[in-house]
Design a protein around this ligand. Structure first.
Ligand code: GAR
Length: 196
């Protein structure tokens, strides 16, 4: 049975694209019913438009976070999504979001082997991994909950070796490929089994 999902994004949207591609290629039995974005004019919105997916921009500033995210939660609830995917959504979610969303489960992708290097975003994660001299990094998809950052049951993890020659940029490229795979697999865990 096809799973309706909402995807929350903030920028480039390559994880969103991985989901779009997997759905188009029938590797994932899901339908993206809404792309919700924290910024106007970002590539993720172009990706949604090219795929014919409805999108909404809920711009977040310090002053408007609660209102904007409440509106985002309401829009997601109204879209009929049965799963929310945080795919590069770079803002902490206010209580008003969770209140509006209700019981819909939320998952998040993070570019490290959580719990290692949690609490950071995007390239800052890879900079910290390289600076720490870690020999391994990776991608994690986990359940996300009210008031928690990069915590929640781990659903899928992919390991990526770090070489002494890696820069944050070269590491980010390899981890990103692992993220795309891990995210498709994790969303697949929520697809209801077809009735027999
Ligand atoms: C991804 O690497 C994602 O894991 C990361 O932001 C990037 C978004 O890329 N998210 C976090 O760091 C969350 N803490 P994308 O817009 O191309 O999918």
């Amino acid at each position: 049975m096809t799973l309706p999902i909402a995807v929350c994004v903030s920028g480039r949207g390559s994880n969103l694209q991985a989901l779009i591609d997997a759905i188009e290629q029938r590797r994932l039995d899901a339908r993206i019913v809404l792309v919700a974005c924290s910024r106007a004019g970002v590539p993720a919105l172009d990706r949604a438009a090219r795929a014919g997916i409805p999108s909404g921009v809920f711009p977040v500033t310090k002053a408007t976070r609660s209102e904007a995210q409440a509106a985002m939660g309401q829009a997601i609830k109204g879209s009929g999504a049965r799963l929310v995917v945080l795919a590069g959504y770079d803002r902490i979610l206010a209580d008003a979001f969770w209140d509006a969303l209700g019981e819909v489960p939320v998952i998040n992708i993070h570019p490290s082997l959580l719990p290692a290097f949690g609490g950071l975003n995007g390239m800052k994660v890879h900079q910290a991994v390289v600076a720490a001299g870690a020999t391994e990094s990776g991608a994690t998809v986990h359940r996300a909950y009210r008031g928690k950052l990069d915590e929640g049951e781990i659903l899928v993890q992919r390991r990526v070796p770090v070489s002494p020659r890696d820069t944050p940029e070269t590491l980010a490229d390899r981890v990103l490929a692992a993220e795309h795979d891990a995210l498709v697999q994790a969303v697949g865990l929520f697809v209801p089994a077809a009735a027999s």
